[in-house]
Design a protein around this ligand. Structure first.
Ligand code: PEP
Ligand code: MG
Length: 597
């Protein structure tokens, strides 16, 4: 019986949906485990627990060796040494003996004994004057998380570890998030990040409700196994909910489920305004397996395949043949519908120790996207472009370049493509003679240079996540400047409007693939500005389609003119929201809490 008071905390709504369940903390590297409870075992269980401990230790050691092997395939051998310190910990006799003694003498279960001994080691090291030694605490915790994860995964003890949990953590990197087991996770909340950080983007793709930017003092109040409600629509977390609150949320869950079922019945209808203007709605995917969800929700193509996850999730660099297979399988699944592959966008918050040899002081302003490909790893870029050229003969493939900031970058890539076409020709390998090339418009420079860029590319795709962060100079992963995540800021809207107007003047295709494309609050505005395509996480296509089908283009255009004259982001959003309310009030009700943030 819960007798602790209900506590509500407001974070940033990052991925819609509700989760009701018990908490599990992720402490390190995406390996989640529950803080072991102090319980006792019988003398007969001693040998079983000691054996379980050694099995978990071996599994952790093998995991580290595997990681080293993967790094060896991707990078220079010296990076591999980073994990040597961790291997030493798994082999530490002193630590192993102490754990065994605690199990045998104090009759403690293996996970609890190991946890306690590690805590003792960490406390002893943390007070040492030598900084190098102090920094080893991170390694110890990292190894400990691996061991505990294995121990609890295979536990036959008194806690059910295999039920579904709401994950709480200080931080989850995009790779941690991608590695979360969807069958075991109901949703997650973290202290860091904002609605456009890549962790949030993945949550939406994985259809996991998520709240980011939760205050640290709230996190401290929560313990493993506490009951929690996570509201991914409003960004609220409710700790120790009362029976009434839980019942209310179960009702909301049920109602939303019914609503989304109804929306699914409209999936074959086109995204056509009431006065006959048709937009293309397509899917953003990070993973080839997600392609089926694009069809499931009635998307007409892939508007953004974030190809970097092929590199982040794989052991070693994907070869030309492996990439060719992936691109071809996407093209064959999509029949003749367009598939836009964005070339490797490493950098920013998608960092990879193995690919990037240098840590940069400001990764978002460093060698990211096309800069990294051209300047740092042309070898990787050539492989990717060769695979894309070869795949280009199998379907409707388009290639998009991220983080463009000047015309020369496009020209350099086009020259490289010509060179690779020549190379493939001499090797007698079939390849596309023309591959449409697009620029992501996600830096203010690119938006201001839209006219010259339009002369050298075949299409634009506006990446509003980055466009907002670079225009307002506000790191999209930093929750402290989240209040500046303002897609309707007049400066941002001017850049978006300019890009769309230039594209239309030059007769090239223009889409929006940042997170506002899938947020119905912005749909009337984007339709009124004249965009051709909106590309979003597949599960968001239904609500956006419903809004478009209830809009009149003539009204949306007038509203867009009015919005462009607004001096404040709030006023501009207000106008778009008013249109949403009158066109599709049921959708406005669903997303309205998010606008309270
Ligand atoms: C964007 O910046 O809006 C975008 C779609 O790309 P990403 O979120 O991957 O940076
Ligand atoms: Mg971007």
């Amino acid at each position: 019986m819960n007798n602790q008071p209900e506590t509500v905390c407001q974070g940033i709504a990052a991925s819609s949906g509700y989760a009701i369940g018990r908490v599990c903390f992720v402490r390190q590297n995406g390996n989640f485990y529950l803080e072991p409870v102090d319980s006792s075992i019988t003398p007969e269980q001693i040998s079983v627990e000691i054996e379980a401990f050694h099995t978990a230790l071996d599994a952790a050691r093998n995991g580290i060796l595997k990681l080293q092997e993967e790094l060896r395939n991707k990078a220079e051998a010296h990076d591999v040494g980073i994990f040597d310190a961790q291997l030493l910990i798994t082999d530490d006799q002193l630590l192993t003996r102490e754990v065994e003694q605690m199990i045998a003498n104090e009759l403690k279960p293996a996970d609890y004994a190991f946890f306690k001994v590690v805590e003792k080691f960490v406390a002893a090291i943390a007070v040492m004057p030598d900084n190098y030694i102090k920094e080893r605490t991170a390694d110890i915790r990292d190894v400990a998380a691996r061991v505990l994860h294995h121990l609890q995964d295979n536990s036959s003890g008194n806690i059910e570890y295999d039920d579904q949990r709401i994950i709480l953590a200080h931080d989850l990197t995009p790779s941690d998030t991608a590695a979360l087991d969807r069958r075991r996770v109901l949703g997650f909340a973290v202290e860091t990040g904002s609605a456009t950080s890549h962790t949030a983007i993945l949550a939406r793709s994985m259809q996991l409700p998520a709240v980011l930017g939760i205050p640290g003092d709230f996190l401290e109040k929560v313990k493993d196994n506490d009951m929690l409600i996570l509201d991914g629509y409003s960004g609220k977390l409710i700790l120790h909910p009362t029976r009434e609150t839980e019942a209310e949320y179960r009702r909301k869950m049920e109602a939303t489920l019914i609503f989304f079922h109804k929306l699914a019945e409209e999936k074959r209808l086109s995204a056509e305004t009431r006065d006959g203007f048709v937009l293309q709605l397509s899917g953003n995917i990070e993973n080839v397996d997600d392609i089926d969800t694009v069809h499931e929700y009635g998307g007409c193509g892939i508007g953004l395949f974030r190809s970097e996850y092929m590199f982040l999730n794989s052991s070693g660099l994907p070869s030309e043949e492996e990439q060719l297979d992936i691109y071809c399988s996407m093209l064959s699944k999509m029949k003749n519908e367009p598939v836009v592959v964005r070339t490797l966008d490493i950098g920013g918050d998608k960092l990879d120790q193995a690919l990037q040899r240098y840590a940069e002081p400001n990764p978002f302003l460093g060698l990211r996207g096309v800069r990294f490909c051209l300047k740092e790893r042309p070898d990787i870029f050539r492989t990717q472009l060769r695979a894309l050229l070869r795949a280009g003969t199998y379907g409707n493939l388009r290639v998009m370049l991220p983080m463009v900031s000047c015309v020369e970058e496009i020209l350099e890539v086009k020259a490289l493509i010509s060179e690779l076409q020549e190379e493939l020709y001499h090797e007698h390998i079939e390849h596309a003679l023309h591959l449409p090339i697009g620029a992501m418009i996600e830096t203010p420079a690119a938006a201001l240079l839209a006219a010259p860029l339009a002369k050298v590319v075949d299409f634009f795709s506006i990446g509003t996540n980055d466009l907002v962060q670079y225009t307002l100079a506000a790191d999209r992963t930093n929750e402290r400047v989240n209040y500046l995540d303002m897609p309707t800021h007049p400066a941002v809207l001017t850049l978006i409007a300019n890009t769309i107007a230039v594209a239309r003047r030059h007769n090239i295709w223009v889409s929006v693939c940042g997170q506002i494309a899938g947020d119905p609050r912005f749909t009337p505005l984007l339709v009124g500005l004249g965009v051709h395509e909106l590309s979003m996480p597949p599960a968001l296509i239904g609500p956006v389609r419903r809004v478009i089908r209830n809009l009149q283009m003539a009204d949306a255009e007038l509203a867009a003119i009015e919005v462009l004259e607004c001096e404040t982001p709030a006023r501009a959003l207000d106008i778009s929201m008013q249109m949403l309310r009158s066109a599709a009030p049921e959708i406005a009700d669903l997303v309205a809490p998010a606008s309270d943030n």
